[in-house]
Design a protein around this ligand. Structure first.
Ligand SMILES: Nc1ncnc2c1ncn2[C@@H]1O[C@H](COP(=O)(O)OP(=O)(O)OP(=O)(O)O)[C@@H](O)[C@H]1O
Ligand SMILES: [Mg+2]
Length: 234
């Protein structure tokens, strides 16, 4: 089953069209990636799928059901689609402890045993339990990225949207986080839609990928093409 199915997706800001006729499907359990130059529309496309960019045209289905433009996500979709943002510093509230940041989505969704779930989430991404008392500025970049991942995983989403999840990190931390993401994906049976401008990251993570330029999807790569490094051209 396709967990994401996009046909003829178009997003415009005023006169400017930043996503044009985008089309692809992500199968359950797959990691599908978007590559392309800065400004080609990758984050905008992910924001549509996260329900954050609500002005769009075309057909989009998530987990087998069509979604509507100009509409907030309701019910299970709100749990089942989570996003890790390009800039984890900006996406974490500076004045909230990590405990508060992680507990909030659980409270919103009416969960119980919140403290235990926060501790489990921290442990899952390799952060010590006492990190819960800290504020974002008291963490390293890699630790903040782990918090962002922990927050996205707390509600056990089926689809995780990852926007450059490691671009701010040095090589060794990057590898650690990518391996962590692969392990968590296998454990939880998730599907990933990953954005990265790094050809090595794409090759390491993806089952398939699409190359975007000027808002359009220009080319698809299957696993064999990625292994051959065809996505490294141009
Ligand atoms: N809210 C907005 N209002 C107006 N223009 C926007 C808005 N959001 C994005 N854009 C424009 O849309 C285009 C695509 O932006 P987007 O963030 O999707 O690119 P990207 O592929 O993610 O780039 P990067 O690799 O730098 O993150 C850019 O030209 C950007 O300036
Ligand atoms: Mg972006």
């Amino acid at each position: 089953m396709a967990v994401v199915d996009i046909r003829g997706l178009r997003v415009s800001f005023g006169e400017k069209t930043v996503v044009s006729d985008a089309h692809f499907a992500v199968e359950k359990g797959e990691t599908f990636s978007l590559i392309g130059a800065s400004g080609c529309g990758k984050s905008t496309l992910l924001r549509v799928l996260a329900g954050l960019q609500r002005e769009w045209q075309g057909e989009v289905s998530l987990l087998g059901s069509p979604i509507k433009a100009q509409t907030r996500f309701q019910g299970s979709l709100r749990r089942n689609v989570q996003m890790v943002f390009q800039d984890p510093y900006a996406s974490l509230h500076p004045n909230h402890t990590l405990y508060r940041t992680l507990a909030e989505p659980l409270k919103i969704h009416g969960e119980n045993a919140i403290e235990q779930k926060v501790n489990t989430a921290l442990a899952q991404v390799g952060l010590p339990a006492d990190a819960a008392r800290r504020f974002p500025h008291q963490l390293s970049g890699g630790q903040r990225q782990r918090v962002a991942i922990a927050r996205a995983l707390l509600l056990h989403p089926q689809i995780l949207l990852l926007d450059e999840p490691t671009s701010a990190l040095d090589m060794s931390v990057q590898a650690e986080i990518l391996n962590l993401l692969n392990r968590l994906k296998a454990e939880h049976g998730m599907s990933y839609l990953l954005v990265s401008h790094d050809a090595d990251v794409i090759a390491h993570m993806s089952d398939r990928a699409a190359f975007m330029a000027n808002g359009r999807i220009e080319r698809f790569f299957d696993r064999d093409a990625l292994v051959r490094g065809e996505h490294r051209m141009g």
